[in-house]
Design a protein around this ligand. Structure first.
Ligand SMILES: CC(=O)N[C@@H](C)C(=O)N[C@@H](C)C(=O)N[C@@H](C)C(=O)O
Length: 674
């Protein structure tokens, strides 16, 4: 059997689909496909068309070394997208993301809009030629010309400094300021049209950093979340409507107990679906709910409030009778339909898969979506909304061959709570040939192992003979509010004991060799790997990626300090901080961290490394030797994004595990230069 998971080169070269848009008539689907560039040092994306009827093979629509993304259809069927490909009329110009149009009638793409601050994304109205693009401006700019001049002056002077008066100053891997994101209404799309841009929320400051514009079907109104500062470095997210013609903006929902974000507008323009996220406190866990906001006036009402899941609204049925949503549910994320008059919830898709980017056909009978699971990466499917049956459409890529099988397993937590996991088993695992195993701990911690991920592929390890357990412990989504509540603010409690219960179930299996088991986790999963290291010696090795180590230090230095301050009091942080238990650590640890990680800053990795060498039970000896290792990426962030670095990541992890779990030595990737 040939599986791409045996070779890291083949694995990083697998095509990766993301995003899906449907034209107004429901006759064209477009998705984005990322593939390796010729040097194999970056991914480049191209747009592909998929036939909704399933009759035609997928075909590539765009081709440039700079790639294309952000596809959006105009009502005419023309396709808009963003790309930093060269402007044919300005071959020497600087490459920056611009807005392009591919005509429905065929032919070449043409450049629609270029601006000094680039074009980040595009939103179109369903039934009107209204386009809103996102892009940045320098905070002090008066207009586009002024912005261009200020950028030029800053660049020519070689100045990167930013003067802040507010919070935050960084976000994930981006330094914030003096650029601020804005929404621009594009006035005239005709061939020779005036491309003047209307800054729709000029007072937004940094508040659109994490926002997406949603347009009403007739294009008259734009809805967005807007993050507004609060006292003491905190912030909240309010819901805003902007009149696209007059630029008049109105705050629709704003209170200190919740954050709000817009979902889709009903086909008749009368209701807005709204996502409400409860603001947390140390004694109040998160809760996500769905609201219907009447746009002609009146109070919002909660939809399906009795349903013990956290819905994410995707689309309305064309007759406005129901909302199509997805929600995490027992290790998957199916499609559901919620009747808006009764709140009744009906599960549509029955398979154990995760659905995203759901688009509904104009007749309301079908939906199209990206679907993935641990058995296959994202692929385009058609869903029959009445029966729930799904059909995989002819896709830009085939499913990769897997080197093993997948099972759903369950253990009981200390309080009797079922703890559910996916278990990846390598080919050949049996009672007669038990295999070594890995416990993988997910991040968040509010999340679930329920969809394919390119970052942590269990099949890479299965191809090397390991079973991989993917448990959803306390704080995971898809198991009801109680599952979140029982872990809130006490990470070293139920989340840890649930993971140990799942591990007990794993090692009790006769196809698993319980003497050869390691634990691994990233981000919050790395926090937990560190906690595991200080509380048990049952694992042969531990891999901790982008991990939280000293919570008193992490809290104020992460990019969103207020978020963490709302979960734990200083006493709770101290009680749950792994660094207090360094003296108990007797397991070899592989620490991995990227220097540009602003979510879990590098200080966590540096301090963990030093304290492992100086204070664990396996300190560096008098010649500096230690079983611990530190894999440091100076130019990566919270994730390892460059394909060559992903290969190194898997290669070093594999060698470390082979040494400590299997007792075998492996060559390290030669590019490490060791
Ligand atoms: C504001 C905030 O911190 N949100 C959390 C979702 C978060 O970023 N948590 C990280 C520590 C984390 O665990 N991230 C996960 C999603 C990951 O796998 O990287």
């Amino acid at each position: 059997m040939t599986t791409p998971f045996s070779s890291l080169e083949d694995f990083v070269a697998l095509p990766r689909l993301s995003g899906l848009v449907l034209n107004r008539e429901g006759t064209r689907l477009v998705t984005s496909v990322a593939t390796l560039n010729p040097k194999k040092t970056a991914y480049q994306t191209a747009l592909w068309e998929v036939d909704p009827a399933g009759g035609q093979p997928a075909r590539r629509l765009t081709r440039s070394s700079e790639g294309e993304s952000g596809a959006a259809f105009l009502p005419s069927g023309d396709l808009l997208f963003t790309s930093a490909r060269p402007d044919p009329d300005d071959a020497d110009g600087e490459k920056r993301p611009a807005l392009w149009r591919l005509p429905a009638s065929g032919g070449e793409s043409s450049l629609l809009l270029t601006r000094e601050g680039g074009v980040g994304g595009v939103a179109t109205a369903e039934a009107a030629d209204v386009v809103v693009v996102t892009g940045t401006v320098l905070a002090g700019s008066a207009n586009e010309e002024d912005d261009a001049e200020r950028r030029k002056a800053r660049k020519e002077a070689g100045v990167a400094a930013v003067l802040h008066s507010g919070y935050p100053v960084r976000y994930w891997d981006a330094d914030l300021g003096p650029e601020e994101p804005r929404y621009f209404g594009l006035q005239d799309l005709g061939e020779d049209g005036d491309r003047s841009l209307a800054d729709l929320i000029p007072s937004a400051r940094g508040g659109l950093r994490d926002a997406h514009p949603v347009l009403s079907p007739d294009g008259s109104a734009l809805f967005t979340s807007l993050t507004v500062p609060e006292e003491r470095g905190s912030e909240r997210t309010v819901l805003v409507r902007v009149d696209v013609a007059t630029k008049e903006s109105v705050v629709l929902l704003d209170d200190r107990g919740n954050d709000y974000a817009p979902g889709p507008v009903s086909p008749d323009g009368r209701y807005l679906a709204v996502i409400r996220d409860r603001r947390t406190r140390a004694d109040l866990p998160p809760r996500t709910s769905l609201l219907l906001l009447p746009l002609e006036g009146g109070e919002p009402s909660e939809l399906a409030g009795e349903w013990d899941r956290w819905p994410s609204p995707a689309a309305w049925l064309p007759d406005g009778s129901a909302l199509v949503v997805t929600a995490d549910d027992d290790g998957s994320a199916p499609v559901f339909v919620i009747d808006v008059s009764t709140g009744a919830v009906r599960r549509v898709t029955e398979d154990a898969a995760a659905y995203t980017d759901v688009r509904v056909s104009p007749d309301g009978r079908s939906a199209y979506a990206l679907r993935s699971s641990y058995l296959f990466p994202p692929e385009v499917v058609r869903i029959d909304l009445a029966s729930g049956s799904t059909e995989r459409l002819p896709n830009p890529a085939e499913r990769p061959e897997l080197p093993g099988s997948l099972e759903r397993v369950e253990s009981a937590g200390e309080d009797g709570q079922p703890v559910r996991s996916w278990l990846v088993l390598p080919d050949g695992a049996s009672a007669g040939a038990p295999v070594p195993a890995l416990l993988w701990i997910h991040g968040g911690p509010i999340g679930s192992w329920n969809a394919w991920t390119w970052r942590w592929s269990p099949w890479i390890m299965a191809a090397r003979g390991y079973a991989v357990l993917l448990p959803d412990p306390a704080l995971s989504t898809g198991y009801g509010q109680h599952m979140v509540d029982r872990g809130w603010g006490q990470w070293g409690g139920a989340p840890y004991t649930d993971l140990m219960a799942a591990t007990d179930g794993l090692v009790a299996r006769d196809d698993i060799d319980g003497t050869r088991v390691a634990a691994m986790g990233g981000s919050f999963g790395g926090y937990m790997a560190n906690w595991v290291a200080g509380h048990t010696d049952r694992f042969a090795a531990i891999v901790t990626h982008a991990s939280l180590w000293a919570l008193d230090q992490f809290g104020p230095t992460t990019d969103a300090a207020y978020y963490w301050e709302r979960e734990m009091t200083p006493d709770m942080m101290s009680e749950n901080s792994p660094h207090h238990h360094v003296a108990n650590i007797s397991t070899p640890m592989l620490v991995i961290h990227g220097d540009k990680d602003y979510r879990v800053p590098i200080g966590e990795g540096l301090r963990l490394w030093y304290e492992l060498l100086s204070a664990s039970k396996l300190p560096a000896d008098d010649e500096g030797r230690t079983p611990h290792r530190f894999l440091y990426f100076p130019d990566e962030n919270h994730w390892i994004l460059k394909p060559q670095h992903a290969r190194i990541w898997y290669g070093v992890v594999e060698a470390f595990l082979a040494s400590h779990v299997l007792g075998e030595e492996r060559d390290l990737p030669s590019e490490l230069g060791l």
